[in-house]
Design a protein. Structure first.
Lengths: 740, 162
């Protein structure tokens, strides 16, 4: 453990009107002091207010994460309500404002320490160091499949348990009975020996006056009453009748609309336009010259879009005007080779000595895999509404990182961060894209030029061509098999390394491993894309495992099993997937099965894809998905996320391809950046394995494994090995059996 | 011109070439209909024009003259949700929810013409609507359940009226 300079504790307070609030506060020294800003004592920093007990005995849970369909606005309150023994029917949800007090300490801690190192869930051990670190990096982020894993486990459950403990303490004092004799159910405290019952709300004043920090005990999974059930999500009713407010739906008095034309080549500058260029365009009010783009403000979006299309927008030459995707691949290979020749590879995993093994090996297999760039293509195109006044700025946007957005906007407007208010809306898809503040910065710079609010909307073309992309990558393998068909050495080189750290690592027992990477910067902007590095490494490693199985003359499932003797958790997931998918049973002609196994964001997922090759086309019939997330707090929501991640990964595997031509993105819309549609969507069967491990994520872990399961199924059906995605670029001939 | 949406008349004063989508959203203030691609590829902007599902991002305002537009805000009655909407909640269909207005409007048009659609019918009617969250299997289940419930309700009505 590091040195503790500050301690955190549970604190309580009463709001005007009588609501109890429970939060976690950090203080440098003594505990004396008055309530400041709702719950902080003098010298305290309020970390967060997680819940309010209202006078009508309803409970408001404050969630510091954005809802983008992953159900976090429901699952996090469930975690709190369960620990509190609160009445689920009277739980309300409130999304926390984008404010540094809500900096996502829990997520920061999860990222920095990793769940394994967390000493205790009890709050007395929380270390202020992490709070400081988190605030410095301004995290109030929704991403990394982290909401349940970190905010839920650290903040929600602890706050719920603490509130329960404080209220019980209050009841015990008011009734002058021992807390052991008290019971709590559905937000009501009872004392059976004296037949007394009273709602939580009646103990609020007393609870708030208790001076000692609460020492909550968390429930064991056997004691859960809400966690592990699947109540209807709070956000769904508004999403079936058109009333859900996404960023793009914001409407403000006197609001006008902006469209934009940005430089197709990333980083190139635009030639400014004269204000008079819109002179003959009625309803078009202003041209705003930005560094790499020109925006037009008009009465309506269509008018703005038409105007920007008609204006003679030109861009300056840049150093990247001639760059194509193949140039980027060539650069990668050059840099990879140089790193090896010069011995300065970035080391990721080094175990044993691959050199010694390869020297003696007789069965050596090499393969090179490639994946292209990918755009996010959230259904809701990027947009942001901004109102800039002399002394501050308000923005309305769907953001995975409202605090980061506030910081970025404050910086470009030269304002204090407190002067930027972010009104976060529902996100029409996030997938990592809505953690990048580019559109908010543009909206603020545009709105700065006028005295009314402006809604900037990107077209789908802007969205595809101005993204922050999952990078193109090359992964090269060399492995050797010993006489019994076991992997004796594993050498893997690729480009770049971001998150999650374990993405390129294999769960298999291979004694000699060298996993390493090389950086090779390009002008194409990088961004978090659902499952991040795992979105490619599962394809690389699990396809290569299949190649090794084939060369070892073994069944791909059995081959994996043989390498999992020291990984029982992985083995269990793999075995169940094989069983549920009827692995080994005969399939019709031209059908194939492929299997994959990958862990990301703390969840292990095995998938079996069942496909058919019809002439030269491909049909994905069925995907069996087995996942061990430790515990699924909302099993139906978890299942929905597995399905979602698989369709997302299948779109990428089958169609996903952003190519660079003349420095710019070639694709522009759904006709050339294709999505899986209903008729292409397979039957997905999800099975959840519960284990005692720290909870894993839900939003991302099923995305990585579908590409290799699919590619391995194609090999099984046709003998064609897919070493480069997307699959659409390959031709199939059923039963060609080009083996090897 | 006068634009009729969900049994209400809106006086709109914009270029008649403006896509219906932007008139519905910005002039009528009905934001349930979404912008997704602008080229009729994704279905997020689906509304019904005299009962026919159309892509409002490609349909100029003038094409709606003397016609009735129905949007997601117009399929429930005053007291209760449409069966499809209710089933959508019961099946917990939406994730991010952005495409769902368009999905529901396409499903609504399908069920108006085909009371017991097969899987193939559903695939055909719904293949113009992209869902990036991949809720397709739940949408399909939702459509089947809604068709059963609508059929049951209509047979009760027939009996009552018969």
């Amino acid at each position: 453990m590091g040195k503790w300079t500050r301690r955190a504790f549970i604190t309580t307070g009463v709001l005007t009107g009588g609501a109890l609030v429970v939060g976690i506060a950090i203080r440098p020294g003594n505990r004396a002091g008055k309530v400041r800003d709702l719950i902080a004592g003098e010298g305290d920093t309020v970390l967060n207010i997680w819940l309010k007990v209202n006078t009508d005995n309803s409970i408001t849970v404050i969630v510091p994460h954005a809802e983008m369909g992953q159900g976090v606005h429901t699952t996090l309150p469930m975690m709190l309500a369960d620990e509190m023994d609160a009445d689920w029917k009277n739980i309300r949800m409130l999304e926390a404002p984008g404010n540094k007090e809500y900096a996502n300490y829990a997520m920061g801690k999860g990222f920095i320490m990793g769940p394994k190192d967390i000493p205790s869930m009890l709050i007395g051990t929380v270390d202020g160091f992490f709070l400081t670190a988190t605030k410095q990096i301004s995290l109030q982020m929704t991403g990394g499949s982290s909401s349940v894993r970190f905010t839920g486990m650290f903040a929600m459950r602890v706050a719920g348990a603490a509130a329960r403990a404080v209220l019980l303490e209050a009841a015990s004092e008011e009734w002058n009975v021992s807390t052991e004799e008290l019971m709590v159910k559905n937000s009501i405290i009872s004392h059976p020996p004296s037949n007394r019952t009273a709602p939580f709300a009646s103990f609020v004043d007393k609870a708030a006056s208790l001076s000692q920090p609460a020492k909550p005990r968390l429930k064991t999974s056997e004691e859960f009453t809400i966690m592990g059930t699947s109540p209807p999500r709070f956000d769904i009713p508004s999403k079936v009748d058109g009333t859900a407010n996404f960023g793009i739906d914001v409407s403000l008095p006197n609001m006008k609309y902006a469209a934009i034309k940005a430089s197709p080549v990333f980083g190139a500058k635009v030639k400014p336009l004269e204000a008079s260029a819109i002179r003959d365009m009625p309803g078009v009010h202003k041209i705003v010259n930005l560094e790499g783009a020109i925006a037009v403000i008009a009465d309506g979006y269509w008018l703005a879009k038409k105007a920007i299309n008609e204006l003679p927008v030109e861009f300056n030459k840049s150093d990247h005007d001639a760059v194509g995707l193949n140039d980027i691949y060539d650069q990668y290979l050059r840099d990879m080779n140089t790193a090896i020749n010069e011995g300065n590879e970035e080391k990721d995993v080094k175990k044993g000595s691959i050199k010694d093994i390869f020297k003696e090996a007789t069965n050596v297999i090499e393969a090179e895999y490639r994946v292209p760039y990918l755009a996010h293509a959230t259904m809701e195109p990027m947009n942001c509404t901004a109102l800039v006044k002399e002394d501050g700025c308000e923005i309305w946007v769907g953001s995975q990182n409202p605090l980061g957005f506030a910081n970025s906007v404050a910086e470009v407007l030269d304002l204090d961060q407190e002067k930027v208010v972010v009104h976060n809306q529902y996100l029409g898809g996030g997938f990592g894209r809505r953690s990048v503040p580019d559109v908010a910065i543009q909206a603020a710079l545009i709105a700065k030029e006028v005295d009314y609010p402006v809604k900037l909307i990107w077209s789908r073309e802007d969205d595809i061509r101005q993204d922050h992309y999952r990078e193109a990558n090359i992964s090269r393998f060399k492995a050797s098999l010993n006489d019994s068909g076991q992997i004796s050495a594993w050498n893997n080189q690729f480009v770049f390394k971001h998150d999650p750290e374990e993405a390129p690592h294999i769960p298999y027992g291979v004694e000699n491993q060298f996993i390493h990477y090389t950086n090779s910067e390009t002008h194409v902007p990088w961004g978090y894309w659902r499952s991040v590095d795992s979105s490619m490494h599962a394809f690389f490693t699990e396809s290569f495992m299949d190649e090794l199985a084939f060369r070892a003359n073994k069944d791909p499932y059995q081959f994996r099993r043989e390498h999992l003797t020291n990984a029982p958790r992985f083995l269990k997931v793999l075995d169940l997937a094989a069983e549920k998918a009827n692995w080994g049973e005969a399939l019709p002609a031209n059908w194939g099965r492929g299997i994959s196994l990958h862990q990301s964001f703390g969840t292990i997922v095995a998938q079996v894809a069942e496909i058919e090759i019809v002439e030269d086309a491909l049909k994905v019939h069925r995907v069996v998905c087995v996942a061990d997330p430790g515990f699924a707090f909302h099993p139906d929501g978890f299942t929905a996320q597995m399905e979602s991640g698989i369709v997302f990964g299948l779109t990428a595997a089958l169609y996903g391809e952003i190519t660079i031509e003349n420095g710019a993105v070639k694709q522009s819309n759904f006709h050339d950046y294709q999505m899986v549609r209903m008729h292409e969507s397979p039957k997905i069967e999800t099975h959840i394995v519960t284990s005692d491990n720290w909870p894993g994520g839900a939003g991302e872990p099923s995305t990585p494994g579908i590409a290799p399961a699919l590619a391995n199924a194609i090999f099984n059906a046709s003998g064609i090995r897919i070493r480069e995605l997307p699959v659409k670029n390959h031709e199939f001939k059923a039963n060609t059996r080009i083996l090897g | 011109m006068i634009l009729k949406i969900n049994n209400q008349s809106f006086e709109v004063d914009v270029d008649v070439a403006t896509p219906l989508l932007w008139v519905i959203r910005e002039q009528a203030g009905l934001t349930g209909t979404k912008f997704g691609c602008g080229i009729g590829q994704c279905g997020a902007c689906t509304v019904q024009l005299d009962g026919v599902p159309i892509r409002s991002c490609l349909t100029p305002l003038q094409a709606a003259a003397d016609k009735e537009v129905i949007t997601i805000e117009g399929i429930a009655n005053d007291t209760e949700l449409h069966t499809i909407q209710r089933v959508w909640i019961e099946e917990q269909v939406p994730q991010c929810g952005y495409c769902q207005s368009g999905q529901i409007m396409s499903a609504h048009a399908l069920l108006a013409n085909n009371t017991s659609p097969t899987d193939k019918d559903i695939d055909e009617a719904m293949s113009g609507n992209i869902c990036r969250c991949g809720t397709y299997s739940r949408i399909k289940t939702g459509i089947k359940r809604a068709s059963e419930e609508l059929a049951a309700a209509s047979s009760i009505n027939t009996e009552n009226n018969g």
